[in-house]
Ligand binder design. Structure first.
Ligand code: SF4
Ligand code: MSK
Length: 656
């Protein structure tokens, strides 16, 4: 181990780290140790290289340089750097949304091989919402107009994004009064980047409002387009059972991993993997079949729609290669380590990049063409199958660890569970909150980081909130962390949930942590909040709801954009490592305080997941009190009963 603390809370990951050390493989943790100490100016947000007179850096102790060569202050530099990162994160999600809209358009026009409209109910609902005629029209005709309407929002110059009208009136009013109403995806992202050009905006609060706008065009624009149109194109997810962790790999199968984000590729690979030709090719190389599994968010996409198992979250992209059993890893875009080339170089694994948006030195590039999706997917799979013969059995070591999970909840689908067959509405959820069985709802989302023990913050935070009767919704690598640890199963209710939450989950057979998809699907959390407001009894503004967000192990710029659209929409959010602005007390004060007055919510920065949970519980209690809700029916579950079978009333039945 590089240091005394564990690299991961996941035993399969630990096993791979030990093996990698024996074999001399260098993984992200080793590179992190070599990088330490990391640049303090960068961590504090005080380094600027926005023009070639720099780079400039501000002395955080106020003794050396207090301004950049152009005169920019620490406040401006920190806020400007943050705005750039928020814009990049927003661009990543939004360009993903654009790809889905383009593929839907091509599908509607019969130009995309192998795709069809698999979510007709969602298509008709969205057409109705957008005033698109559906009478006597084919699904393809409607889909074409819906796709074009969605694409219009990317190039829109003014007038507001279509999805903005979904937001509660009070939330929209705040956006309007603070000048951050999202107008057009491309326009606003370009606008934020322009403001950060040298000699552009030099007023920290204006730059911080730019951060909010960059976030809002993501959450209420690009990401929402990605989620809604993916449901139309690939089908609305429904709860299903699958498994997660490296133990899903099979020694006698061709193991092909998909890693990245856009389901356009991964969905086609799933379809192509089920053909007789692929089976015959596996047999020809001596394999019993093909095992497809996912890493990161593309894993979540094909998990929730097809039940394809998950091999792991962000840091597992390297651990998976150390098993020596991965015949090919197919990547598209976002969260892909260029180090895969070096790690795979020790094994037989072929790493294939497929996206025109992301090429990697040393990866084999086979460009994926959605107009010939099945042919492209077939070529990729046959490439992986052929590589099975190059596997070195002496290097194969697959951990046995894997956990069952339930995935595939959506804003709409969760109705059926919470409301039951005869009351498909959010009424029972709202009532459970109002009556004091459920304290509130919290989204735990986001990445892994090498800076702390992998998954530990996600798991500790989730368990601590569950014992306080908090219903948890999850996406991204956080959902995978909890999936690997068994929290996405109904059995987790008895092991971790407080008595009130236990009653609700047991009544409808729900896990206490609900898997809502990939990182773009955080918009499902926004739409669930819309439904809670609509149902009534808990306020008509996100800022009034007993809800919160958390990203305890964030690392990506996408997480910054998400944070800004969640907080900018009125939802209190706790992030683990602080945002890189701590060199500017004014910026930090605004984000963790003043922002609440303007946008109804604020950030909190807290690395300790138990303290983060305490902040969230305190926030939920304050919102409950402001709404004059009933006191909680039960005391929080005692911490010492976590992980043991336990019933409402606080009786520990048996240690597990
Ligand atoms: Fe330095 Fe100003 Fe140029 Fe930034 S924009 S590098 S602070 S001179
Ligand atoms: S993959 S953005 S590490 S959640 Fe979406 Fe995971 Fe974060 Fe990438």
């Amino acid at each position: 181990m590089p240091e005394a603390k564990r690299v991961s809370a996941d035993v399969a990951a630990d096993e791979m780290v030990r093996l990698a050390q024996e074999r001399g493989d260098r993984l992200a943790h080793d590179r992190y140790q070599a990088m330490r100490p990391q640049c303090g100016f960068g961590q504090l947000g005080l380094c600027c290289h926005n023009c070639n007179m720099g780079p400039c850096r501000i002395d955080p102790f106020g003794q050396g340089t207090r301004e950049g060569i152009c005169g920019a202050s620490a406040d401006v530099i920190a806020a400007r750097n943050l705005a750039r990162r928020a814009a990049v994160g927003s661009a990543a999600h939004s360009d993903h949304g654009r790809s889905i809209a383009m593929t839907l358009l091509e599908t509607a026009r019969g130009q995309a091989q192998g795709y069809s409209i698999k979510g007709p109910a969602k298509l008709l609902a969205l057409a109705k919402e957008w005033g698109i005629a559906t009478d006597k029209r084919s699904l393809e005709e409607i889909a074409e107009e819906v796709a074009l309407a969605a694409l219009e929002d990317f190039g829109r110059q003014d007038g507001g994004l279509r999805f903005v009208s979904r937001a509660p009136a009070k939330v929209q009013a705040r956006w309007e009064s603070h000048g951050v109403m999202p107008r057009g995806v491309d326009r606003d992202i370009v606008g934020v980047l322009h403001s950060t050009n040298m000699g552009g905006s030099n007023e920290p609060y204006h730059l911080l409002r730019s951060c909010v706008r960059a976030g809002l065009v993501d959450g209420w624009g690009g990401s929402m387009v990605a989620t809604e149109l993916s449901d139309i194109l690939f089908g609305e997810p429904a709860p299903l059972v699958s498994e997660a962790n490296l133990g899903v790999l099979k020694e006698d199968h061709v193991n092909i991993l998909v890693h990245g984000h856009e389901p356009v590729l991964s969905d086609a690979l799933v379809a192509a993997s089920q053909t007789d030709e692929v089976m015959a090719a596996c047999e020809a190389v001596g394999a019993k079949g093909i095992q497809l599994a996912g890493i990161c968010c593309t894993a979540n996409e094909i998990l929730m729609r097809h039940g394809v198992p998950i091999a792991g979250n962000l840091l597992h992209q390297e651990f998976a290669l150390v098993t020596g059993a991965v015949d090919m890893m197919v990547v598209d875009i976002q969260c892909i380590f260029p180090s895969l080339r070096a790690v795979a170089g020790k094994y037989h694994t072929k790493i294939v990049s497929t996206s025109p948006k992301a090429h990697f030195e040393g990866f084999t590039h086979i460009e994926f063409d959605e107009r010939r999706a099945l042919d492209s997917a077939r070529t990729l799979l046959l490439t992986g199958i052929q590589n099975f013969a190059n596997r070195d059995p002496g290097k194969v070591h697959i951990p046995t660890d894997k956990s069952p999970l339930i995935a595939g909840f959506t804003t709409e689908g969760v109705f059926d569970h919470l409301g039951g067959r005869y009351r498909p509405s959010y009424r029972p959820l709202n009532n459970a909150i109002i009556d004091g069985r459920i304290r509130g709802v919290v989204g735990i989302v986001g990445c892994n980081t090498v800076k702390i023990t992998q998954d530990e913050a996600h798991l500790t935070l989730a368990k601590e909130l569950l014992r306080h009767d908090v219903l948890i919704v999850q996406t991204g690598c956080s959902a995978i962390a909890c999936g690997k640890a068994g929290l996405l199963t109904p059995e987790a209710v008895e092991l971790y949930a407080g008595a009130g939450l236990q009653e609700v989950c047991d009544a409808v057979g729900l896990p206490p942590c609900l898997h809502l998809g990939a990182c773009v699907d955080n918009t499902r959390i926004l739409t669930a909040c819309i439904e809670i407001c609509r149902e009534g009894g808990l306020g008509d503004d996100f800022a009034e709801l007993p809800v919160a967000g958390a990203a305890p192990e964030w690392m990506s710029d996408k997480a910054i954009a998400i944070g800004f659209y969640v907080v900018g929409s009125g939802i209190f959010t706790v992030v683990g490592d602080s945002l890189p602005i701590m060199g500017s007390p004014r910026v930090a004060d605004y984000l963790t305080g003043g922002m609440e007055e303007d946008f109804g919510a604020r950030f909190a920065f807290e690395r300790d997941p138990l303290k983060a949970a305490a902040l969230i519980v305190e926030h939920l209690n304050a919102k409950r009190e402001a709404l004059h809700l009933s006191p909680m029916i039960y005391e929080p579950r005692p911490a010492e009963t976590l992980g043991k079978r336990w019933r409402a009333g606080g009786v520990a039945l048996a240690a597990v």
